[in-house]
Write a protein that binds this ligand. Structure first.
Ligand code: CA
Length: 243
């Protein structure tokens, strides 16, 4: 004969169920992953933050930077970053000490990415697959991309992307990197190798789309080398986009 369930046991079971349900809800919530060092990989790195954000699948996460010190802080990549497969707002402005979009002439970027001049870059340093629709990238300076490696690559069927308030080809303080640090691939490119139909849509370059401070949210794009393997500025191959 089964023993009757006492009220205490019932309470404990209910509590377990509640905790379990809470864990399920938590896992589906958006998370903020914070970059706390300039390492190429490992805990606190930009690479790890992208890996973590990708793991939440369709949830829109945030990646912020909070690296100690005044900066600018240089993240030197030793290999390609993971492709971005889930929506994520990457911002060098939100949490980084001293960083501010301000006015376009009074901007303060504190995170600069030395793209390492390698050429195995998955075709892009920040490479957004279709699953990353709804992402944004802001407050970053990128320089020294290798041949055939775009700073930002957008895959077929991507939509609702905002690229704003970045420096492409410049250091965080707006000056040129040392000779050899130029952008040797395209700056922002729709991955034309993938295009069979033009389903790319709502790509906004130079605004975050909130209708506030838009005049100051442009990217500075320059310092790219002209060669057969790229060096073009913005290269969108179809669809309805705002530049
Ligand atoms: Ca705005």
């Amino acid at each position: 004969m089964k023993k009757p369930i006492t009220s205490l046991k019932l309470f404990i079971r209910t509590a377990y169920l509640t905790i379990f349900a809470g864990a399920l809800i938590y896992s589906a919530n958006a998370a903020t992953f914070t970059v706390t060092n300039t390492s190429n990989a490992g805990a606190g790195s930009l690479r790890q933050a992208i890996i973590s954000a990708n793991a939440t699948l369709a949830v829109t996460d945030s990646i912020h930077f909070n690296i100690p010190g005044a900066g600018p802080h240089t993240i030197t990549l030793l290999s390609a970053l993971p492709q971005i497969t889930s929506p994520v707002h990457i911002s060098g402005y939100v949490a980084q000490t001293g960083a501010s979009p301000g006015t376009i002439f009074g901007r303060s970027i504190r995170i600069q990415i030395n793209a390492g001049n390698f050429t195995d870059g998955n075709n892009g340093i920040f490479h957004y697959q279709a699953g990353a629709s709804g992402s944004s990238l802001s407050g970053i300076a990128i320089y020294n991309t290798g041949s055939l490696v775009a700073a930002v690559a957008l895959d077929q069927s991507i939509s609702d992307i905002h690229i704003w308030g970045n420096y492409f080809g410049l250091l965080a303080n707006g000056t040129l990197p040392a000779a050899g640090g130029e952008m040797k691939g395209d700056i922002i490119v729709l991955e034309h190798d993938d295009v069979t139909t033009t389903t790319i849509s709502n790509i906004s370059i130079g605004t975050n789309g909130d209708g506030v401070n838009d005049a100051n949210e442009g990217n500075v794009i320059g310092n790219s080398t002209t060669n057969l393997n790229g060096g073009e500025g913005i290269n969108l191959w179809g669809g309805l986009s705002t530049v």
